[in-house]
Design a protein around this ligand. Structure first.
Ligand SMILES: C[S@@+](CC[C@H](N)C(=O)[O-])C[C@H]1O[C@@H](n2cnc3c(N)ncnc32)[C@H](O)[C@@H]1O
Ligand code: SF4
Ligand code: SF4
Length: 321
């Protein structure tokens, strides 16, 4: 099994369609980036090339992916190529029509909800909680049986007391799964990371809160997206985000991420450029020495380390097996 997972085999292509966003969430710095976007032609070309390399899952990242006017053209093209499409959204742009159209193409969607309404609006802006909840309701109406609707929340020093609220919402809204991902300082503005990081003295309280939230979710029959990730969050904060699977990470063996200026990364967390779609094709980049170097670093645990639901969580499963 271990040998197989460290075989180069592209499965997942992530494309940051645009950094543009309609919100200015406090824990995020993406909305401050220049409003750079990949052209529709570039996106189609990436999807076609990645498919030829074997990829079968496509994740559009943002900014806010639904802001793109051509989002359905992108989804329709990816769908025709046979991709499973999964993505995270703030939900504010999903009305009934959008929800209905989305499920013609996508197989999974996660809506970001920061626990309680008060906390969500405080972090994401007034009125955004109600819009996100209404998105979940529209999505539920049009969901295909083989598709998933999830809720996802960022665990910070101010939000962890609201973790059970997410369970309540999931139970009320009957979503498929919920995810808790730890605050990542690399995604935030330097000047306010200490408003979000869980301080060392609070880690035992966080640990207890996580344990009781797991029990509460079981009691309410709510499915956690990743219990492994959830349980590792206290250690993640303790190690300042530099947490690594003990047997190495296989993510760069199966994943590729492309950002709006065309730069390519083997890992979304360790943003070391391994190529540029404006200079080379994906086949060349995927088989390049630079990519291989990142794979080796991940396998040998020489990367920076991370923990998020788009990372190599299965490696942690091996660790705890
Ligand atoms: C960057 S957003 C893009 C999608 C969409 N705009 C949204 O907010 O759902 C993807 C996910 O990252 C989360 N996120 C934002 N800032 C973060 C941070 N500093 N640490 C960890 N997750 C963060 C968001 O809450 C969201 O669930
Ligand atoms: S978390 Fe999402 S919605 Fe909020 S600013 Fe960042 S990209 Fe935009
Ligand atoms: S930073 Fe995370 S996803 Fe990237 S190679 Fe290291 S453990 Fe894997």
């Amino acid at each position: 099994m271990e040998n197989d997972i460290f075989q180069k085999d592209l499965k997942h292509i992530g494309i940051v369609l645009s950094f543009t966003c309609n919100l200015k969430c406090k824990m995020c710095k993406l909305w401050m980036k220049p409003p750079l976007s990949l052209s529709l032609d570039s996106i189609k070309s990436i999807l076609k090339q990645a498919k030829a390399l074997g990829a079968d899952i496509f994740t559009p990242f943002g900014g806010e992916p639904v802001l793109r006017k051509d989002i359905f053209e992108i989804f329709s093209y990816a769908h025709q190529l046979g991709y499973d499409i999964e993505f995270v959204t703030n939900g504010t742009l999903i009305n009934e029509q959008v929800a209905e159209r989305l499920f013609k193409y996508i197989s999974g969607i996660s809506i970001s909800i920061e626990g309680s309404k008060e906390h969500h609006d405080e972090i994401r802006g007034n009125g955004t909680f109600d819009k996100a909840i209404s998105a979940v309701k529209f999505l539920t109406k049009y969901k295909r049986r083989d598709a998933n609707i999830c809720l996802t929340m960022v665990v910070t020093k101010n939000s962890y007391k609201y973790m059970k609220k997410l369970v309540d919402l999931a139970s009320e809204l009957k979503v498929d799964k919920i995810f808790y991902q730890p605050f990542n300082r690399a995604q935030a503005r330097k000047e306010n990371v200490h408003d979000f990081l869980v301080p060392a003295v609070e880690i035992p309280v966080l640990q207890l809160e996580i344990e009781s939230t797991i029990n509460y979710a079981m009691h309410k029959n709510v499915q956690l997206g990743s219990v492994i990730e959830f349980k590792l969050i206290p250690l993640y904060f303790k190690l300042n985000g530099k947490i690594k699977p003990t047997k190495g990470c296989f993510l760069p063996y199966h994943d590729m991420l492309i950002i709006p200026n065309g730069k390519v990364f083997a890992c979304p967390f360790e943003r070391i450029e391994v190529g540029d779609i404006n200079e080379n094709n994906l086949d060349y980049i995927w088989n390049s020495e630079k990519y291989e170097k990142q794979r080796e670093k991940a396998r040998l645990k020489k990367c920076r380390g991370c923990l998020a639901n788009c990372s190599d969580l299965d490696s942690y499963k091996i660790e705890s097996a």
